[in-house]
Design a protein around this ligand. Structure first.
Ligand SMILES: Cc1cc2nc3c(=O)[nH]c(=O)nc-3n(C[C@H](O)[C@H](O)[C@H](O)COP(=O)(O)OP(=O)(O)OC[C@H]3O[C@@H](n4cnc5c(N)ncnc54)[C@H](O)[C@@H]3O)c2cc1C
Ligand code: FES
Ligand code: FES
Length: 493
């Protein structure tokens, strides 16, 4: 799938981006690295989009992005506090200001009013925009789809039922054509006009900001040219980790290179060695991909447990790996599946098993000026048992206390190639050696789940932190092992 964007006038190659906002095409000069939320609130004095947490957790800042992908326009809700405004280039930004007027509310706003779905109102613009993205893409979504679209939006006042009732009423009574305003449909045809994204260079120095250059190469060649000339450059993909470091940690990134315009990094395709997923493929795109669904159903399932829809719309798999958090949710699965990373520098491409990638707390085998290009997932044979488990305090939008993945094959009641990997149990995600030793090539019926669980838990010395004490995490390790083995043993009985 190829994202299309506007053909740009030549003067927009420096410092400026061109996009649509609420139906109008605009060209803007941006401070480098500014978030869409700060740009709206500070530069445009548009305060309808609310800032609450500034780190992606509450979705009060949700806006909608419409963009052309292949031959259709898709609408995505995103958290504007983490979405660099430079990414708006060639897209349509839709904000609460354009949704309705006090005398003529948009049907979503009217339904919220009718169902008492708003009290202090701070979260309301975020809910309206999340619903707008959902209803613009789906006719009559069911309760489950509504939950999934809204699970990231927090409200301190209403207790949620009234908001859900409003969403259900919209779902029953309206089609997407009734809900997408005419000015949105007009922009759709412009977004669909053929055009290639122009190479864009934002070189705006602003002493008040933590970023002084934001570069957006469209080709690998240009990316490596920039990496060569910009010694302090850091790559940014979705920005859902990096922007938090900036917004909350006040971390400076003098030069950011946004790699999400490079088509080569956004492909999903099958080859004899497995399923290839480009490093800049978003969670949402993976979730919608039939290839991922058919070839790697366990990854498909795991994605719905990661963050919120708003974050999944632009967070990437490559970012999850390079970020190297010990609790990155995809990492145990990639370890258990024995995935391979394709790493690229200006001069060479090398393949590295992900099991050799994590070197220490947030340290990786990536060399200077090297990026993750693709992730290769070997296809699982039919007799495979692959599962993941995520334990966190909340069901959604929560970082794991412990996350795990198992991968083994069953043959005539015996196990083969048994592998169990964990996140949240050490400084890096890890494969359990003990589990492989105790389980591999054994009759499934002979495995003592409780004993194996204790032995595996004893292998790790997790830390105590806000997500759980070491004791609690050890108990979770045991429980994960027991759940997997009991499920497997039930199958052979
Ligand atoms: C509210 C919220 C909830 C979240 N929930 C979860 C969750 O449930 N589970 C979970 O695992 N994570 C979660 N995250 C973390 C984050 O969304 C993921 O780690 C995401 O996959 C990061 O991808 P990104 O593209 O946004 O990375 P970015 O922020 O763009 O980059 C992260 C790091 O990776 C580097 N990088 C990115 N791409 C490449 C590449 N191709 N090659 C080399 N280096 C690269 C960057 O330099 C940076 O150091 C959450 C984040 C937020 C804000
Ligand atoms: S302000 Fe909370 S998610 Fe953006
Ligand atoms: S209405 Fe007050 S936070 Fe939702």
């Amino acid at each position: 799938m190829k994202d299309k964007a506007l053909s740009l006038p030549s003067e927009s190659h420096n410092n400026r981006i061109t996009f649509f906002m609420n139906g109008q095409q605009i060209t803007e000069e941006l401070p480098a690295g500014i978030s869409t939320l700060d740009w709206l609130n500070q530069t445009k004095q548009m305060f309808g989009t609310k800032c609450s947490c500034n780190e992606g957790d509450c979705c009060s800042c949700t806006v909608v992005i419409a963009k052309a992908v292949d031959d259709k326009v898709i609408y995505e809700a995103i958290t504007s506090c983490l979405y660099p405004a430079a990414k708006l280039h060639g897209k349509h930004l839709i904000t609460i200001e354009a949704m309705g007027t006090p005398n003529a509310l948009h049907p979503i706003q009217q339904a919220l009013l009718d169902h008492h779905g708003t009290q202090c109102g701070y979260c309301t613009p975020g809910f309206v925009m999340s619903m707008f993205a959902l209803f613009a893409m789906h006719n009559h979504p069911d309760k489950e789809a509504i939950f999934a679209a809204l699970e990231g939006n927090l409200c301190r006042c209403t207790g949620y039922q009234s908001i859900l009732d409003a969403a259900l009423e919209i779902s029953r009574n309206y089609c997407k054509e009734d809900l997408i305003p005419a000015w949105c449909s007009e922009v759709e045809s412009k977004l669909l006009e053929k055009g290639v994204p122009a190479a864009m260079l934002l070189l705006h120095k602003d002493s008040n900001r933590l970023v002084s250059k934001y570069l957006m190469p469209e080709t690998m060649k240009l990316l490596f040219d920039y990496l060569q000339t910009e010694n302090s450059a850091v790559v940014i993909a979705g920005g859902t980790d990096l922007m938090v470091q900036m917004n909350i940690g006040r971390k400076e990134f003098p030069v950011l290179i946004d790699i999400t315009c490079i088509e080569e990094l956004k492909r999903i395709y099958l080859q004899s060695d497995g399923l290839h997923i480009g490093a800049c493929v978003s969670y949402a795109k993976m979730f919608d991909s039939e290839l991922v669904h058919n070839s790697c159903p366990h990854l498909h399932k795991l994605i719905s447990q990661i963050a919120s829809q708003q974050i999944r719309n632009f967070g990437t798999l490559g970012g999850n790996i390079a970020n190297a958090s010990p609790v990155g949710d995809t990492l145990p699965l990639l370890l258990a599946l024995d995935a391979t990373l394709r790493l690229q520098t200006e001069l060479e491409m090398r393949q590295l098993p992900i099991r050799s990638f994590f070197k220490g707390y947030r340290q990786t085998a990536l060399q200077k000026r090297e990026i993750i290009k693709e992730i290769i997932l070997p296809l699982s044979p039919e007799n495979s048992y692959v599962r993941t488990l995520k334990s966190a305090k909340r069901k959604s939008v929560d970082i794991s206390a412990v996350v795990s993945a198992i991968n083994l094959q069953r043959s005539l009641g015996y196990t083969q190639n048994a592998c169990l990997a964990f996140g949240g149990v050490a400084a890096t995600p890890l494969v359990s050696r003990v589990f492989t030793g105790l389980v591999n090539n054994k009759p499934l019926s002979s495995l003592d789940a409780a004993q194996i669980a204790k032995a595996v838990a004893a292998e790790f010395k997790p830390l105590s932190d806000v997500r759980g004490s070491a004791l609690y995490r050890n108990k979770l390790i045991e429980n994960h092992v027991i759940i997997y083995l009991s499920e497997l043993q039930k199958e052979v009985l």
